[in-house]
Design a protein around this ligand. Sequence first.
Ligand SMILES: Nc1nc2c(c(=O)[nH]1)N[C@H]1C(S)=C(S)[C@@H](COP(=O)(O)OP(=O)(O)OC[C@H]3O[C@@H](n4cnc5c(N)ncnc54)[C@H](O)[C@@H]3O)O[C@H]1N2
Ligand code: MOO
Length: 449
Amino acid sequence: MTQPDTSKPDGSPDVRDRFDKWGPVGEGGPVEDRPGRTTAEGRAARARRDLMAWDVARALAHAAARPGAVVRRGLDEADGCVLATPLVSPVAVPPVDRAAMDGYAVRGAGPWRVIGQVKAGTADPGELADGEATGIVTGAAVPAGTTSILRSEDAIVTGARLEGPAEDGRHIRRAGEECRAGDQLLPAGVVIDPAVLGLAATVGLNRLTVIPPPTVAALITGDELVRQGPSSPGRVRDAIGPMLPGLITRAGATPDTTTPDTTTPDTTSVRHLGDSFEGLVGALRETRADLILVSGSSASGPADHLRPALNALGAEMIVDGVACRPGHPQALAQLPDGRLVIGLPGNPFAALVAFLTLGVAAITRMRGLPLPELTNIAVPGGLPCHPTSTRLVPIRLTPQGAVPVGHGGAAMLRGPASADALAVVAPGPSEAIAARLLPLDPGSRPWGG
Ligand SMILES: Nc1nc2c(c(=O)[nH]1)N[C@H]1C(S)=C(S)[C@@H](COP(=O)(O)OP(=O)(O)OC[C@H]3O[C@@H](n4cnc5c(N)ncnc54)[C@H](O)[C@@H]3O)O[C@H]1N2
Ligand code: MOO
């Protein structure tokens, strides 16, 4: 592409263009109102066009999405769902006093006479009289009258005679210690993870009332893309397709496989389309996912069909460009049937930023979760601000704060691949010494809930 003349009508450079020249390279690029429109009028119009602030776009994507329908799910299919109702225990846990150690249940002060053995599955362990003891295993119900559990390693056994230290109440897990019947263990809105599943099973539940993960389809556009081997003149290796299933899953959604790519023998959740208006309209029509990601086609070149396709389908544009770098051509639209479409810019880091901005916000709401606050972090070395756009900068986290890793251009993934997170640098006149932290893994807490 030829570089458009980006100077102001009066000949002085636009402040954004100054930043492009002086700021980190490759973070976006010159912008035209439409292909070839580089006149003074076009530049002035561009300067007037206010892109939506990054935080506003994120909040709108969250607000536009609808939480999924509440369903009942078995524990074996509830991982990653969100609790739609509080988790209330119907029973006390443990239901009876249990031994916390292998050894002996004893009553009163020693020495004791050993009268038997309680096994793990013994339903009625009987009762001990003063001066009596019985062998017992961890988790077994203690006999009535037990005052302490003497650990096997502390026991001195001579025939049926037992001696050892047995402080009152020691090593006994009391009935109802973890919870009583009717206790609320977790509120609605908790993301179900393996510990939650184990807890639900502990309190005897088989099914949970949940919001299941939304389904997300990925459509990759671009005639120039190849899926094997390196880029070459005229050919670009698809770098967005391989990122999306993992991002979708980490954000708590399910990659849609109902309309797989017919051009590859493998079952895949990512569908490759050429640069065709009809092809894109058809794919948007037939894909049933709750959210559809479309990569490429987001700008205003002759092969950029996303906005015309959305228009043809009667979609409402909710976000149409965001004041951020990279990723400014990202977009969010709603189809008349309620499905959401997110346009990810073709430059791979810009696509990643757009997913972490609009994609994660929409998916979060579809899961019934609030939009997470981003934590603040110090940037001891400072980061240049963009005068009007939020910058998303790959950083490593150190005990002193965030340190940029470099290689943060829109077309590069080297920076984000070696980063811990992105620093969200608010627009401003000079340098930021603090930023907010946007996790690269949207499933990491607090994002995951
Ligand atoms: N006149 C304008 N041109 C451009 C603007 C603009 O505002 N006005 N914005 C630039 C920015 S910033 C971006 S980002 C891109 C967005 O372009 P598209 O979303 O339309 O994507 P393409 O034009 O198809 O591709 C851009 C670039 O990225 C490469 N690409 C595309 N898909 C992939 C992929 N799956 N894996 C790897 N690389 C991919 C593609 O080959 C191009 O090099 O527009 C700028 N232009
Ligand atoms: O920089 Mo573009 O801003 O790659 O989305």
